[in-house]
Design a protein around this ligand. Sequence first.
Ligand code: NAD
Length: 497
Amino acid sequence: MIEYTAKVKSFLSQDPIPFLIGGSWQKSSENQVFDVENPSDQSLLGKVSRANANDTVKAVERADEAFNSWKKVSPKERAALLYKLADLCERDAEELAQLEALDVGKSVNNARGFDVPFGIESLRYYASLIENKAFEKSLHLDGVSGKSVRLPYGVVAFIFPWNFPLTLCMWGIGPALAAGNTVVIKPAAVTPLSTLYLGALAQEAGFPDGVVNIVPARGADAGDVLTSHPKVKCLSFTGSSEVGKTIGQNCGFNLKPAKLELGGKGAAVVFDDADLDNAATGLAGAITLNTGQVCCTATRWIIHESVMESFVEKVKDVLSKTNVAPGMDEASEMGPVVSEKQLNSIFNYIEKGKTEGAQVILGGNRINVDGLKGYYMAPTLLQGTEENICFEEEIFGPVAYITSFKDEADAIRQVNSLDYGLANSVWTEDAVRAERVAKEMVAGNSWINAHNVFAYGLPYGGVNGSGNGGGVNSVETLFDYTRSLSIAQPVLVEELV
Ligand code: NAD
């Protein structure tokens, strides 16, 4: 197990850890706190001041005041601040990785290798875009001379889930700040630590007071304010489809644009000509990464009937060797589930799935790791027909549900039989078939011979039950955080001749 760095120790020793409004670190106006637990052993990591609705209103007001000056800051200066923040995150990469491993339970090596560096890249990607991107386009039209201009909204509110707190935060605030908005961030109450640490780095980088505000609050406390306050001009929500519907409804009622990045139930279709070793390793990795608590990961494995037996043998072999260990253990390949509530929810699904006829062919049980009281479970494989709750609903744990298919049409039908539409993958050595199936699977992302493929410039988002937000990580995301303004005047006929 690795030692906490001195900065992590000092950060966690604050009692309570305050939140950030208008450039000042504050305690809850009602002195309330969240206990933040380490899911690897149930120890108390720290107490975080809990923001309430009044605190959230204050954060929105400070963000709105800050916008008056922030909107005059040039794209070049904004880019410089984002680069500076990226450099500071790199300086404190180990602290950020440790906080993520402690708070979420994820493997510290995964946090070092993906969560932190890929998050930092978001800041640099959007900084480079605003250095080079024109926010104004001249238009010479029939009888009209004009310009199409993109301007920041003002205050953008973010509500984030608990599974990738740091990376998702950087995916969101990178483009929003680059576009010239101020932000109010509501992290999930279970995993607020890395977001608060990031807030301190944003201050150190020199973002003016009130540009970045962070309010760890209960969902509904902050949600009601953020979806209705007239000074919040745009809201970005990442989380479950269920809560997303409420947020979308409230924003719709208040005519507020809402980006919704929601849940998923990704499928992986493995054809008979697939490289089965590659598929077994890739799909085992898909359910052990972040302990399967990944919105886009493959949790329905749709396998050609002729290779079912050999695929299942291979994937069981890989999964049985997974080292399940605490997040802070450098050898950990899969940590605990984030909380007792989440663990219970996963086992409820497994039990219901069994009563509906699913066979547990691997795992399905809680496991003891070194006598620790963490929320550990074994990677789990269920097998059965499509008529099963575990095929239909998002479980959000290290669990895959396996069905078989006879032909391509049957596989595509199974993939598209749910309302979710976030990410699927197809595994085959036939490039023409791969492309054809990739286009037939209805989702925001189709991956070939791999699952969970990300790059800046590659839009990542969901459709149908998985979201309507236009996604993240691309040029378009930057424009999602801007409003459109057309400036025009008629051109007199004499001027034309
Ligand atoms: P959740 O929907 O329960 O909570 C998400 C956030 O919403 C939390 O901060 C929570 O406090 C807040 N919230 C809850 N009720 C609210 C309300 N009434 N008003 C305002 N805010 C409210 O989701 P979760 O359990 O934290 O995260 C897991 C879910 O997130 C999964 O469904 C997963 O697929 C999804 N997710 C999606 C993406 C994506 O990019 N599409 C990424 C990560 C996670």
